[in-house]
Design a protein around this ligand. Sequence first.
Ligand SMILES: [Zn+2]
Length: 129
Amino acid sequence: MFRRRSRVDREFREAQRLGQELFARCGNLPSSDYPPPDLRAPTRQDVSGFMMRWDPPLVVDGEVRACPVCGAYRNWVVFNMRDGSVWLHCALGHEMHEPRLDTAWYNRNSGPVDRFHPTLEDGLRYLGH
Ligand SMILES: [Zn+2]
């Protein structure tokens, strides 16, 4: 777990470095305030987490993940929190930490961020929960 986190951190730092290099090479941008803050996509530091729908059964380490409370095994909302943890939210609202999944898994499996929600409840409503 610790090794995996540090690899993710390394990948993140490497991506950040590449981005800064790219930015430095495009030195003709009007100023470092470009684009204006309200047009910038929030970074991982700006939000408390990411969420996505996961409708098919969720297979973790070869086994279908079921809610320990109600037994649901599909129609999840999956959260990736700022601390790197992954949480599952079943359709009946039970929430559980899934320690076998992490930010790297989330990033591999999620599409581009298309919407930001001011609150968790707003996000859950948007995702149909
Ligand atoms: Zn449940």
